[in-house]
Design a protein around this ligand. Structure first.
Ligand code: BMA
Length: 829
C-alpha cells in the first residue's frame, strides 16, 4: 500500500513537472543531425564514417577509398560511383525536454537526388529533386533514440525509365529528367561527377504552440523620407493561441501586433515604416547599407520563435521597352540607370560541400576588387547557398539569378512540372529577402538551342508543338507566375533573348556573343557587334602554373600531357587558342611562355569587348563576361582559376570596369578618345593626351578641359592619323582624365617593335608581404610577376612607361620575397 501511494505521488509529481515544463517549454528548438553518419555502397556491407553535408565522392575520398578526383585523369576512374546506389545512416538522441514538445519536423535542406528516407524503419519521404527543401512531420515516430536511414538510387535508372515513357528524345541526354545540377553531367569546362548524398543540412525542429514558417520583408514603397514596408509572415499554430508579433528594425521595436490565431497555417501581414531610410546601393555607386531586422513571435512574455535577417532598401527595375532601334534591356537601381559590369558565376566546386564560407568571401571580394557590380548565377549550376547572397548583399554586388535549366529541352509532364513548381516556390521564398537579387531568369540558352542548334530537325509538327508548349508552360507560365506572386523582383524568360543567328540579337534584349571563340570571329567583332546588354562572351586561357602542376601531379608546366588534356573539356580549345594567338600575338615555343601568352590573349580580347560595350552606353547597358570562376582545375574561360589565382583577364577587368574609364575607338583614319563615367555625379577636368615613343620621348600632346555628364559615355577627342602614321609599331598614346589613365597601341601586340632593357625593381618588406617598385628606361609591356610562394600581387601583367614607376604589393606569408617575372618585350624578335 505504502508502495502504491508512493508511486501515485511520483506520478503526480511527474505530471506536475511536465505540465509546468509544457508551459515553459514553448520555444522552438532546433537540433542539427549532422553527426555520427555512416555510409556504404548499397550492395556492399562495409560502412564508413561520413560527415554531413557531403557527397558520396567526397566521403569516399575522405575514407581513402578513392584518389583525389581533380588530379590527372582520375575523373575517368571514378565514374563507377554514380552507377551505384548508396546508403547513409545515423543514430541521434532527443532529450526528454524536446521530446515532450507537441510537434516535431525533420528538415532536409537538400537531398541529391532520388532518396528514400526512413526514420525508425518507417518510410517518411521519397525525394526526387536536389533543389527542393523537404520538411517531414515526424511527431508520431520520434523517440529518445532514433535511427535515420537514407537510400540513394543511381540517377541513370530513373532517367532511363523517364526517357522510355516519353517516347521521343529531348536534347541533351538524360540529365534533363533529373532536377539536380546539370553541369555534373559534364560541361565544356567541367568534369562528369554525378553526385549523390545529403548535400545540405538536416535538422530537427520541435515546438509546442506556434512557429514562424516563413518571413518575407516586403518593400511597398520607397522615398527619401519614408520606406513603407510589410512583413508577410507564415505562422503555424498547433492550438488556438493568443500571440504577439514584434518587428524590430536596427534593434528598435518598429511594430507590435496582437493575434488570436486558430489551429493551422496563417499568413499574417503587418505594415510598418522606416523614416528617412538609408538606401542600399551597388558598391560602385554608394554604400550597400543593410538594416538589421528581427521578427519575434511571443506568447505572454516568452519568445516562441524568432527570425533575424538583414535587408537593404532599394528599388530595382528592369527596363525592357520598345524604342527606335528595337528593345532596351537595362536596370534602374533607386531610379538611376546602372551599367552592369561583371561575369557569369558557376559552382565553385564539383562537390558543393568542399566550398567553404572563406571561398565565397574570397571570390566575391575578387569580384568587387575587379570593379564588378553584377554576377550572373548561371542556370546549369545550383541555386546558391544563403551565404553567397548574404555576402553579395553586404558587398553591394547585384545578382542575376537563373533558374536551374541550361542548354536543353525539358519534359513537360504533370509530375515534372509540379516538381519544378515546388522547386521554384522553395527557392524564390528562400532567396526573396536578399537585396542583391535583381532578376530571375527562366533559363540559359534553352530557347536559343531550340531555335538555332538544330534541335527541331527530323521531328514531326505535333512533336515540335508539344516540346515548345512544354517550354512555354514552364518558362512563360509557371516560373514567371511564381516570381511575380512571391517577390517584387523582375522576371526574364531566357538568356539570351535572341541567339546570334537572329539579326535582332543586337537590337533587342540581352545577347550571348559567341561569334568570338565558338565561331572563330576575330576579337574586333565584339567591337562591331554591340548588343543592348551582353550577358555572355568569353575566351579561354590556361590557368596558373600552380594549377597546371597540380593537375599534372608533378612539378612540370606540361600542357600536353595526357592527364592535363583531360582537364580541357572543349574539344577544339587548344586549336582555337593557337589560331587567335597567331592572329594577334607571338606564339612561344615552350609551355611556360605559352601559358603566359594565352592569358595576355584572353585579357586583350575580352578587354576590347568590355570597353566597346561601355563606350556604347546607353545603347548597351551591361557587360558580363563568361566566366568568373572554375569548378575544378582546368583550362577554361574563367578569369580566376580553381585555386583562386587571377588570370591576366581579371587584372584587365579591374582596369576596364573602373567607374571612370578612358577608352579608345579605332576609326577609319583616326582614333577616338572616350571618357565613360558610370558615377552618378558629373565630372570636370583635363583630358591629357600624349604620344610617346617606347623610350619615353614625347612626340605630340593635347590638353583639353572637359565636362563629363554623370552616367554617360562620349568621345572627347579624335586623333587624326597624321599624328601617328608610319610609326604604328613604335608609339603609345597615354591618356589621362583626372586620376584615370589608359594606354593605346596602334598595332597588334605581335607587330610592336619593343626595345629590350632591364626591368629594375626595389623590394621593401611591409607588414603582410612586400612592396616592389618597378622602373625601366624603356616601355615594358605586360610585366608578369610570379612566385613559388603563395601570395597575391596587387597588380600584374601591367605596362610600365619609361621614367615612371609602378608599385606593386605582394601579399604573402613568405619570409623572403622570391619573385620571378616575364615581360612581353622579350618575345619580340
Ligand atoms: C555559354 C554558357 C555555357 C558554356 C559557355 C561556353 O553559352 O551558357 O553553356 O559553358 O557558353 O561554351
Amino acid at each position: 500500500m505504502k508502495k502504491l501511494i508512493y508511486q501515485s505521488l511520483k506520478l503526480l509529481l511527474l505530471l506536475l513537472i511536465s505540465g509546468c515544463d509544457q508551459a515553459t517549454n514553448d520555444s522552438l528548438s532546433r537540433q542539427n543531425i549532422n553527426d555520427n553518419w555512416q555510409f556504404k555502397q548499397s550492395l556492399d556491407s562495409t560502412w564508413y564514417p561520413a560527415t554531413i553535408p557531403s557527397t558520396v565522392h567526397t566521403d569516399l575520398y575522405e575514407n581513402k577509398q578513392i584518389p583525389y578526383p581533380f588530379v590527372g585523369d582520375n575523373e575517368s576512374q571514378l565514374q563507377w560511383i554514380s552507377e551505384n546506389g548508396w546508403e547513409y545512416k545515423t543514430r541521434f538522441l532527443v532529450d526528454e525536454k524536446t521530446l515532450q514538445k507537441r510537434n516535431h519536423f525533420l528538415n532536409f535542406e537538400g537531398l541529391d537526388t532520388y532518396a528514400s528516407v526512413y526514420l525508425n524503419d518507417s518510410l517518411i519521404l521519397k525525394s526526387n529533386n536536389a533543389f527542393r527543401y523537404w520538411k517531414v512531420d515526424v511527431t508520431a515516430l520520434l523517440q529518445s533514440e532514433n535511427y535515420l536511414k537514407i537510400d540513394f538510387e543511381p540517377t541513370t535508372l530513373i532517367e532511363e525509365s523517364e526517357k522510355e515513357k516519353l517516347g521521343y528524345e529531348l536534347p541533351e541526354g538524360l540529365r534533363i529528367f533529373s532536377r539536380k545540377a546539370q553541369f555534373q553531367y559534364g560541361w565544356d569546362w567541367g568534369p562528369i561527377f554525378i553526385t549523390s548524398g545529403v548535400w545540405r543540412n538536416v535538422y530537427l525542429e520541435s515546438w509546442n504552440r506556434a512557429k514562424l514558417e516563413d518571413t518575407y520583408i516586403k518593400q511597398i514603397s520607397l522615398t527619401d523620407e519614408l520606406a513603407q514596408m510589410e512583413a508577410e509572415i507564415e505562422i503555424n499554430i498547433a492550438e488556438e493561441t493568443e500571440l504577439v508579433l514584434e518587428i524590430l528594425v536596427s534593434d528598435r521595436l518598429a511594430v507590435t501586433q496582437k493575434l488570436l490565431l486558430t489551429k493551422g497555417e496563417h499568413l499574417v501581414k503587418i505594415p510598418f515604416e522606416i523614416n528617412n531610410p538609408k538606401r542600399w546601393w551597388p558598391h560602385n555607386l554608394g554604400e550597400p547599407h543593410l538594416y538589421d531586422m528581427e521578427v519575434r513571435l511571443r506568447r505572454n512574455n516568452k519568445i516562441l520563435d524568432v527570425e533575424k535577417l538583414k535587408k537593404g532598401l532599394r528599388t530595382i527595375e528592369h527596363i525592357a521597352e520598345k524604342d527606335e532601334v528595337g528593345e532596351s534591356f537595362y536596370f534602374k537601381v533607386n531610379g538611376e540607370a546602372v551599367f552592369m559590369k561583371g561575369a557569369n558565376y558557376i559552382p565553385q566546386n564539383s562537390f558543393q560541400n568542399w566550398v567553404e564560407d572563406s571561398h565565397y568571401e574570397q571570390l566575391l571580394n575578387d569580384a568587387v576588387a575587379a570593379n564588378m557590380n553584377m554576377l550572373r548565377v548561371w542556370g546549369g549550376g545550383i541555386y546558391e547557398n544563403d551565404v553567397f547572397y548574404e555576402k553579395c548583399d553586404e558587398k553591394g554586388l547585384l545578382v542575376w539569378q537563373d533558374f536551374m535549366f541550361a542548354c536543353a529541352m525539358y519534359p513537360g509532364d504533370e509530375s515534372f512540372l509540379e516538381n519544378v513548381q515546388q522547386e521554384a516556390i522553395d527557392n524564390v521564398k528562400r532567396l526573396r529577402n536578399f537585396t542583391s537579387i535583381a532578376l530571375w531568369c527562366g533559363n540559359n540558352e534553352v530557347s536559343e538551342g531550340w531555335h538555332r542548334w538544330g534541335w527541331q530537325e527530323g521531328r514531326s509538327e505535333p512533336e515540335k508543338e508539344e516540346i515548345w508548349n512544354n517550354y512555354l508552360k514552364m518558362f512563360d507560365t509557371i516560373l514567371p507566375n511564381t516570381v511575380n506572386k512571391l517577390t517584387e523582383v523582375p522576371y526574364w524568360e531566357t538568356s539570351p533573348k535572341f541567339g546570334r543567328g537572329d539579326i535582332r540579337y543586337i537590337t533587342e534584349g540581352n545577347a550571348h556573343d559567341w561569334w568570338v571563340w565558338h565561331d572563330g570571329y576575330p576579337f574586333e567583332s565584339l567591337v562591331k557587334n554591340v548588343p543592348r546588354f551582353m550577358s555572355e562572351f568569353g575566351f579561354q586561357a590556361f590557368p596558373s602554373y600552380e594549377t597546371i602542376k597540380f593537375i599534372n601531379d608533378n612539378d612540370s608546366i606540361d600542357i600536353n600531357s595526357a592527364a592535363f588534356k583531360t582537364h580541357q573539356k572543349h574539344q577544339i580549345s587548344f586549336e582555337r587558342i593557337k589560331e587567335y594567338m597567331e592572329h594577334d600575338f607571338p606564339v612561344p615555343d615552350n609551355d611556360e611562355d605559352y601559358v603566359y601568352m594565352s592569358q595576355l590573349l584572353q585579357a586583350y580580347g575580352i578587354g576590347k569587348g568590355i570597353e566597346a560595350h561601355r563606350r556604347a552606353r546607353p545603347y548597351n547597358m551591361g557587360s558580363l563576361f563568361w566566366q568568373l570562376n572554375d569548378c575544378w582545375p582546368s583550362v577554361s574561360w574563367s578569369s580566376i582559376d580553381f585555386f583562386g589565382n587571377w588570370k591576366a583577364l581579371h587584372y584587365q577587368a579591374k582596369r576596364s570596369f573602373e567607374n571612370i574609364l578612358v577608352s579608345f575607338e579605332t576609326g577609319e583614319k583616326s582614333i577616338g578618345v572616350f571618357v565613360v563615367n558610370d558615377l552618378l555625379e558629373n565630372q570636370t577636368g583635363a583630358l591629357k593626351l600624349k604620344l610617346l615613343d617606347f623610350y619615353g620621348n614625347e612626340l605630340w600632346s593635347e590638353n583639353t578641359e572637359i565636362s563629363v555628364a554623370k552616367s554617360s559615355s562620349n568621345m572627347y577627342s579624335r586623333i587624326p592619323e597624321e599624328i601617328y602614321k608610319g610609326q604604328e609599331g613604335k608609339v603609345v598614346l597615354e591618356a589621362y582624365f583626372n586620376d584615370t589613365s589608359s594606354l593605346f597601341y596602334f598595332s597588334k601586340p605581335k607587330d610592336l617593335i619593343l626595345p629590350q632593357a632591364k626591368l629594375n625593381y626595389q623590394i621593401t618588406k611591409v607588414i603582410d608581404g612586400f612592396q616592389i617598385e618597378f622602373t625601366s628606361e624603356v616601355l615594358q609591356k605586360n610585366v608578369f610577376l610570379f612566385s613559388n610562394y603563395e601570395g597575391f600581387f596587387s597588380d600584374n601583367y601591367f605596362d610600365l612607361l619609361p621614367g615612371k614607376s609602378i608599385v606593386v604589393k605582394f601579399e604573402t606569408k613568405a619570409k623572403t620575397c622570391e619573385i620571378q617575372h616575364k615581360t612581353f618585350n622579350t618575345f619580340i624578335r
